[in-house]
Every structure is written in structure tokens, then in C-alpha cells.
Design a protein around this ligand. Structure first.
Ligand SMILES: C[S@@+](CC[C@H](N)C(=O)[O-])C[C@H]1O[C@@H](n2cnc3c(N)ncnc32)[C@H](O)[C@@H]1O
Length: 159
């Protein structure tokens, strides 16, 4: 989810049967397609432009969902540009994360797993709480301090 240049999708495609790479930004989708072709790994990748799970069939389910989300608190106006939408998560940083979590249960297989990356600035406890509310248990599996003011946190969530 939010494939950007396609890096995570391409790494996944080397290990698993089928990858669906989604991004709201049409330029990111073109870029990801080109990168995959350039690296000779387009065979098992599909590329879709759209908002979170909206462009997928509502019954489509995945074993693993990866999302390095736009997670920084920012003025709403930042999300008016494609580049802003790569990082801006609304006033609390949680605008996209919260929508993603609430739509996840419909698209995650039983025994499936989500790996979600976010900043400590966007309330990691709230992410864990919201997953739990959806019947998915979540925990922090890795974190790293960045030079400025935040920790980058990887959350694993499992049904
Ligand atoms: C932090 S970047 C991550 C890019 C890439 N996956 C990576 O790890 O380098 C977040 C990505 O999510 C995409 N994005 C933002 N809002 C989205 C939405 N509502 N639906 C799908 N993708 C979205 C952005 O366009 C951007 O490519």
C-alpha cells in the first residue's frame, strides 16, 4: 500500500507469488511500474492507482500488507500536492493511518499480517488501540531514532 517508487513491492515480489502495488499518486504508480520493468520483476506485480483499498475488489484479501504511511502531522493544505501526500497525515498525522486501519480487516486473510511504519509523532499507542478495536493484535517490532525529533516505528499487526 502506498507503493511510491515501488521498492517494498519489488522486494516482496522476489519472495512471493503475487504482489498488488497501490498508490493514490499516478506518477508514483508509473514510476513503480518502470522500476519493476527495469529490474525485470514485472511478471508477478500488478500496479493500481487509487485511494487505499478503494480500487480493489471488496472481497480481495492479502496474506501480507505493507504500508510506510504518510504519518507526519501537517496542515491540511500540504496534502494538496502529490509530494505532500507522501508524508502529510493531517493535523494529528493519523488521517491516512486511521482510514487504513479501519479498512484493513476486510482485506486481510485469516493469519494475515500487516507491517505498518509510522512516526512516534503520530501516536503509536493509538495505532495499537485501533487495530485491537478491529480484532487485530498489534505490537511494535522495531524502532529507530531519527536525528531530529522523532522515532520511526514498525508495527506488526496480526489477525
Ligand atoms: C511515505 S511514502 C512511502 C513510499 C514507499 N512505499 C517507500 O516506502 O519508500 C507514502 C506513500 O503513500 C502514498 N499515499 C498517500 N495517501 C495514499 C492513499 N490515500 N492511498 C494510497 N496511497 C497513498 C503516497 O503517494 C506515497 O507514495
Amino acid at each position: 500500500m502506498g507503493t511510491g517508487c515501488g521498492i517494498l513491492g519489488m522486494l516482496a515480489a522476489k519472495k512471493i507469488r503475487r504482489v498488488v502495488a497501490v498508490d493514490v499518486n499516478p506518477y508514483a504508480v508509473s514510476c513503480a511500474k518502470e522500476n519493476a520493468a527495469f529490474n525485470n520483476i514485472r511478471r508477478n506485480m500488478a500496479f493500481i492507482q487509487g485511494d487505499l483499498f478503494t480500487p480493489l475488489h471488496e472481497t480481495e484479501k492479502f496474506e501480507v500488507i505493507l504500508f510506510n504511511a504518510p504519518y507526519l502531522p501537517a496542515d491540511e493544505s500540504e496534502a494538496e500536492s502529490w509530494i505532500g501526500r507522501a508524508w502529510a497525515g493531517g493535523a494529528t498525522g493519523r488521517q491516512i493511518i486511521d482510514r487504513f486501519i479501519s479498512e484493513t480487516p476486510k482485506h486481510l486473510k485469516r493469519s494475515g499480517c500487516v507491517l505498518l511504519m509510522q512516526s512516534s509523532m503520530a501516536d503509536v499507542d493509538e495505532t495499537v488501540r485501533r487495530f485491537k478495536e478491529c480484532g487485530i493484535s498489534a505490537r511494535v517490532v522495531a524502532e529507530r531514532a531519527l536525528p531530529f525529533f522523532e522515532m520511526i516505528v514498525l508495527i506488526e499487526a496480526k489477525t
